[in-house]
Design a protein around this ligand. Sequence first.
Ligand SMILES: Cc1cc2nc3c(=O)[nH]c(=O)nc-3n(C[C@H](O)[C@H](O)[C@H](O)COP(=O)(O)OP(=O)(O)OC[C@H]3O[C@@H](n4cnc5c(N)ncnc54)[C@H](O)[C@@H]3O)c2cc1C
Length: 395
Amino acid sequence: MDLSFTQEELQFQQEVRQFLAENLPAHIVEARKNNGGVFVEKDVALEWQAILVKKGWAVPQWPVEHGGTDWTPSQKYLFSKECYQAGAPMLIPLGLLMLAPVIMAFGSEAQKAEYLPKILSGEHYWCQGYSEPGSGSDLASLKLKAESDGDDYILNGSKIWTTHAHLADHIYCLVRTDSDCKPQRGISFLLVDMNAPGITVEPIITMADDHEVNQVFFDNVRIPKSNRIGEENKGWTYAKYLLEFERGGGFNGDRLLHELGHLKGLMADCKVQTAGFDANGSIARQVAQIEIDLKALEIIELRILSSVSGGGNPGPESSIMKLTYTRIEQSISELSVDVLGYRGFAMDLQPDRSGERPDYISSVVPRYLNNRAASIFGGSQEIQRNIVAKMVLGL
Ligand SMILES: Cc1cc2nc3c(=O)[nH]c(=O)nc-3n(C[C@H](O)[C@H](O)[C@H](O)COP(=O)(O)OP(=O)(O)OC[C@H]3O[C@@H](n4cnc5c(N)ncnc54)[C@H](O)[C@@H]3O)c2cc1C
């Protein structure tokens, strides 16, 4: 495996760095820094997406014919690295990086022409309707019923934990089209307009006091069968394909390195303000351990990069990536709260208006609380370990 970059690739890295210096607005960097949620705010993400679309760099992962780039895997890696180092927010992946690969691989030509340009432009903002009350890890037990009625399906049931459903205009749903077979064989994958009559969205407020997730109810919702991806009852195959992208579709090492930079900034502030801060070096040692773990993550990412040469799907190794970056991400946010000490009390969740401290401190506790969910969403850590045991280690 060759992990070094060529002269051309290093030149490309400079080009990206210059583009970011000239085109990444300071208010977007600031909004990302002050955000404690899983995703940045929709309008911030879409503003950055529009800037990247204009340059042709929004979705390096997509094939050129749909608006992607012809970059090598190394260029994609370097682009992602530079974006995070410059403080750019992650684009919301639900449509761009999770649904789009499924449409490209399994959608009809008409679906590709209809949906991909709108996902890219931000005209369509998608959410993911997989989980249901009682069907999370055991996703194949899902019950949302899609009954055939001529050219349509009639949907009844509900989806839960649906991130950004209150902001989305579309939802991709796993639905039950057959109950008289092995659960995995009776699932279909449907594209649903959130404005269809019979859909209601109820907020779920998280312990960080954020409104990011929801429960979505379907009450006799009529959806054309032409909105189905691929074949009826084959949705489980498409659903699993999407999950590989959800768990390991991007590079996280540099995003986390940037987070670690915030933690170090916080430590520097505390050193000035608090006599004897970290006198025994325990926090510094934990930071050093995180840096070592990040190096290991970088090598995992480069190894996957080296073996996937353009166009492939991440495979079950994506579970190793998810396990690793989630653990590191949680360590960083946990240590940030330790460093913040009494200033991180729950009463400080709202941005401080006193002007005595930088706004980003207000995002430390919400980020910590939201990051607890990272070992649950996209498939829990235990489920990822099961996948690694079976599919990677062959146990
Ligand atoms: C913040 C957040 C955002 C989310 N966003 C979305 C979204 O946009 N769309 C969507 O569809 N879903 C979303 N989810 C749902 C998420 O995918 C599920 O919560 C997750 O799959 C776990 O399912 P569950 O909550 O039903 O827990 P359960 O499946 O009930 O699991 C409970 C515990 O049991 C363990 N467990 C279960 N089965 C096994 C097993 N076989 N072996 C070992 N341990 C096991 C789990 O690891 C977990 O610790 C989100 C969740 C959160 C917290």
